[in-house]
Ligand binder design. Structure first.
Ligand SMILES: *Cc1c(COP(=O)(O)O)cnc(C)c1O
Length: 225
């Protein structure tokens, strides 16, 4: 990547998004300079998935960056990100939700979260099945947690070339959003986010009612691990 590439790529992605779809620029494994290049173009929401890396970048980069923690967050690390994170995008257990609430209370904050669904056919340990998500909400304990705000759902579609499968999974998530919205959040305008779409499938996501895409590679180039 050359100086100027990030700026150009970012503009291209932004130009291709409908105005109501928010971009979270996924900057994991990319250096602070690249983030600054996007920042100077006006981008404020950035996504990271490793606690230590996020900590370092948060210290170094401008205060008004809106950090999204998009990876799997271990409960014992919640305390490190809760003081400043804008949103925790991938909550998949009541235990994690409770710990976020506990830490957020200490900092007198309300932390926004999304519930992560596992719909893709790929085997992964993370994400709630639709039934697990239904029982988490039916159980009702989340209503007592005054320092977390559930703002919507997130999911990753299967990583496949077959965009009809991707579409099917995203539409299933969108239908599930409607189900949950009607049942638990009908009077809550804050429950409004449907976060799906990454570099290879965000155009499809925009057609499948996504409100928040998480795009890394198309902006910052390939990650070097
Ligand atoms: C890395 C990551 C992304 C971005 O992936 P790209 O293919 O680089 O756009 C989006 N969401 C999550 C949860 C990720 O971990």
């Amino acid at each position: 990547m050359m100086k100027g590439d990030v700026r150009r790529n970012l503009r291209q992605v932004l130009d291709s998004l409908p105005s109501q779809v928010k971009l979270v620029a996924v900057s994991k494994y990319h250096p602070a300079e690249s983030i600054l290049e996007a920042y100077e173009e006006g981008q404020r929401a950035f996504g990271e998935s490793h606690v230590q890396e996020l900590q370092a970048k948060h210290k170094e980069l401008p205060e008004d960056i809106e950090w999204h923690f998009i990876g799997h967050l271990q409960t014992n690390k919640v305390k490190y990100v809760v003081p400043y994170v804008a949103m925790i995008d991938a909550v998949d257990s009541m235990r994690l939700l409770r710990e976020i609430n506990r830490q957020a209370e200490k900092h007198d904050r309300v932390v926004k979260v999304l519930l992560e669904l596992h719909i893709a056919e790929e085997e992964t340990k993370y994400g709630l099945s639709l039934d697990e998500c239904r029982s988490l909400l039916a159980d009702g304990e989340w209503r007592l947690l005054q320092h977390v705000k559930i703002c919507g759902l997130m999911m990753m579609a299967s990583f496949v070339d077959d965009m009809s499968q991707v579409r099917q999974e995203m539409l299933l998530a969108a239908d599930f959003f409607d189900e949950v919205k009607a049942k638990y959040f009908a009077d809550d305008d804050g429950f409004c986010e449907r976060s799906w779409g990454m570099s290879h499938d965000y155009p499809v996501a925009c057609e499948c009612r996504s409100t928040m895409v998480r795009v890394g590679t198309s902006i910052f180039g390939a990650r070097v691990y």
